[in-house]
Design a protein around this ligand. Structure first.
Ligand code: DGY
Length: 348
């Protein structure tokens, strides 16, 4: 699909994206916008090179594409200056290769913080209260009356939520769980989580001043401390060499037998084979997973586990956020083409 065929700058989007705001923005600034409508969900490097063609000023791409040397050199040969990744995570982008070929890279932080945190909170609640299992039970026609022991789960109030990676999303999630469900908090981050610390100290003071029951909170000295002490653990680190298989056989063994583990970050943060084994042998341990190690595939056995809730990488999938991500990705590309400072450069 093409908008403004005579536009001066050629911008390609490898996928249709929600809303029209991002298209209008580009068109108003003299861009010809081409959207790839191929049915295939994951485009190959060859597909994308063909889309780039001989002249292309910028590309908006997706986290399912491997943006490395081959694509950046093709983009640079076509005169391209900018690549906008429609995601906050950019583990699919080799930023050094982009820099080498003179292509600027932008990502989409901020607009997906609350939406992603809301899904992590939803998975936490769904796991704690066994909502998916209960729904399946109803649909199977198995409900034949109220029973004292039917789908008994955990009360989150007074339990401890553990956050690993207290950046924007981890902090928003922590706030939701502490404020919304009166959970105690333990978190671990390599850097000082100023945003979260400000919230939690202020909130603790608010509760004290109002004579309400206090929440306990602490910054853990190690990830293991969080794994040992928390009842619900949510993972929010970036994926890089240091966080690959951060959760493995040993770390799973460190967690409480009835813990809940939630992952809305990136699949390879968890060793999924080890996780499947752990789920098999610990029926009271539950997980809520939005991401998988080899998307779109799951490791054998995962889908058979009743104690796993699995959803297809939808953490940022609210209308407002997805339109915001598309707009920000377009602005990043446009900014570079027009020589404005790029809005969200992951190197900054
Ligand atoms: C991201 O932005 O990194 C998410 O995984 C997709 O929304």
């Amino acid at each position: 699909e093409v908008w403004n065929p005579n536009g001066k700058y050629r911008v390609v989007s490898t996928k249709p994206m929600p809303g029209t705001r991002w298209i209008n923005l580009l068109v108003e600034q003299d861009c010809r916008v081409e959207v790839c409508t191929q049915k295939k969900t994951i485009l190959s490097i060859e597909d994308i090179i063909a889309l780039i063609g001989d002249k292309c000023d910028g590309v908006i791409g997706q986290l399912t594409e491997e943006w490395g040397d081959a694509l950046f050199s093709a983009l640079s040969r076509a005169g391209g200056k900018a690549f906008g990744n429609m995601a906050v995570g950019y583990n699919n982008v080799d930023v050094d290769a982009a820099t080498k070929h003179g292509v600027a890279v932008g990502n989409t932080p901020g607009v997906l913080t609350e939406t992603t945190a809301e899904l992590a909170a939803s998975l936490s609640l769904a796991a704690a209260r066994r909502i998916v299992e209960a729904d399946e039970f109803m649909r199977a026609g198995l409900y034949d009356g109220w029973l004292p022991n039917l789908f008994v789960g955990n009360l989150l109030k007074g339990q401890t939520v553990g956050v690993i990676g207290a950046g924007r999303i981890g902090s928003a999630y922590a706030r939701m769980m502490v404020e919304g469900f009166k959970m105690n908090l333990i978190y671990y981050d390599l850097y000082q989580a100023t945003r979260l610390e400000k919230f939690i100290t202020g909130y603790a003071e608010f509760l004290r001043a109002n004579g309400e029951q206090p929440v306990k909170w602490k910054r853990a000295a190690s990830m293991e401390e969080v794994l040992r002490e928390a009842d619900v653990i949510s993972l929010h680190p970036v994926l890089d060499k240091t966080t690959y298989h951060l959760i493995n056989k040993e770390s799973l063994a460190t967690m409480k037998k009835e813990a809940i583990l939630v992952n809305c970050s990136r699949g390879p943060v968890i060793d999924e084979v080890a996780l499947v084994e752990h789920l098999k042998h610990n029926p009271m341990f539950r997980v809520g997973l939005d991401v998988f190690e080899d998307e779109p595939y799951m490791k054998p056995g995962l889908a058979d586990q009743k104690n796993a809730i699995i959803v297809p990488h939808i953490a940022s999938a609210s209308k407002w956020t997805r339109e915001g991500m598309a707009t920000l990705a377009a602005l990043n590309v446009l900014g570079k083409i027009k020589g404005y400072p790029i809005w969200s450069d992951p190197n900054r």
